[in-house]
Design a protein around this ligand. Structure first.
Ligand code: AMP
Ligand code: MG
Length: 344
């Protein structure tokens, strides 16, 4: 099992790997069975086990860093920062991948009735939960930015590949979807390289690929949102799958005894409070899982379940504040912490 210490501001990783601990020694090529780097403001782990190949690690991490360079709202030269700087002024031409991810984000915003909204930037900037100086903004400050948070004000020109935020002061924040996209890209590179097995964990966005060394279904632990990192509520298992969790424990700060987490309601501008501690999506595309887990966290159990119902091959786990756990019927989930209990 990999053991990683938390970086000070990164309290991440909702799902941690349980199985395939027997990562073995170096592979035939002499590469280590896993490589860890910090990117996308989180700890990224790629495990290639006996198939390890330094060229594949290099290609995967180069792509992850490239995605960060293009999509981080914190890097001044990224496409996202350029779009934000030109809000209300002019459309900005972007890389194809940036255009596609924004287009997809808009689809999820629509699907979730705006619960997931990539224009949440002005809210996240006010709270600064992921930065060094988080604080609780005043109602006045929130009221001033709420009208700017609306995915309908994103204007996409597919032909020119431009993105325009039509109101001054708007800003994009792809924090709820970019890690999922990066995980999908990592999996794509690994599959193209023909490797038989891999495990990708980008700060809790997990993808399992192929058949592991034990030859049994992969087991992914569901982080206990009330516990220490690596303490699980239960385990979900399966073959090629992605498991993505949004939770109150991932990033938060405490002010005057109150805890404030990083998943915001675009409607109130405050951390979403729907009686949930975490939401998890299990499906096959990590970008979709990432957007959906954030969306159902904001929507809450009832509306979240309604949104998911028509979607195929998407399972969900809801962990509630009262320590009850609800799972989509038919999914493979084994409760291991008996202080939690399963409900229908
Ligand atoms: P996740 O951990 O995937 O649920 O993403 C949370 C991150 O996405 C936050 O740190 C913010 O950067 C951003 N975010 C917060 N609230 C929302 C929201 N309602 N819609 C879209 N992105 C959000
Ligand atoms: Mg997300």
């Amino acid at each position: 099992m990999i053991s990683l210490t938390k970086a000070a501001t990164v309290v991440c990783c909702a799902a941690v790997l349980m199985s395939c601990s027997g990562s073995g020694g170096k592979s035939a090529s002499g590469a280590e069975p896993y490589r860890v780097e910090f990117a996308l403001n989180t700890i990224c782990v790629i495990m290639l086990y006996d198939q390890a190949d330094n060229d594949v690690y290099d290609a995967v991490f180069a792509r992850i860093h490239e995605i960060e360079q293009r999509m981080s709202a914190f890097l001044p030269d990224s496409d996202i920062s350029r779009i934000n700087a030109a809000a209300g002024i002019a459309p900005v031409q972007v890389y194809d991948d940036v255009f596609n991810i924004i287009q997809r984000a808009v689809k999820f915003a629509e699907l979730s009735g705006g619960a997931f909204d990539p224009t949440v930037g002005p809210i996240t900037a006010l709270w600064g939960v992921t930065g060094d100086n988080p604080r609780v903004p005043s109602q006045q400050e929130l009221d001033a930015v709420l009208p700017l948070v609306n995915w309908r004000y994103i204007e996409l020109d597919e032909h020119a590949r431009t993105v325009f935020l039509s109101r001054r002061g708007m800003s994009l924040d792809l924090g709820a979807i970019a890690k999922g996209y990066a995980a999908d890209e990592a999996a794509h590179i690994i599959r193209e390289a023909g490797l038989a097995r891999a495990l990708i964990d980008l700060g809790g966005n997990v993808i399992t690929h192929g058949v592991n060394l034990a030859g049994v279904p992969w087991r992914v632990g569901l982080q206990n949102p009330l516990g220490e990192r690596g303490e699980f509520v239960g385990i979900t298992s399966g073959w090629d799958m992605t498991v993505v969790t949004s939770g109150v424990n991932e990033r938060y700060f405490i002010e005057e005894g109150e805890r404030y987490h990083h998943i915001f309601s675009p409607f109130t501008g405050r951390p979403a409070t729907t009686g949930l501690l975490s939401t998890t999506i299990v499906t096959d595309a990590s970008m979709d899982a990432d957007a959906l887990s954030t969306a159902i966290f904001v929507l809450g159990y009832e509306k979240g379940s309604e949104m998911l119902a028509p979607l195929e091959d998407v399972s969900a786990i809801f962990v509630f504040e009262d320590k009850s756990v609800s799972i989509t019927p038919g999914m493979s989930f084994q409760l291991t912490d008996t202080s939690f209990h399963l409900v229908d």
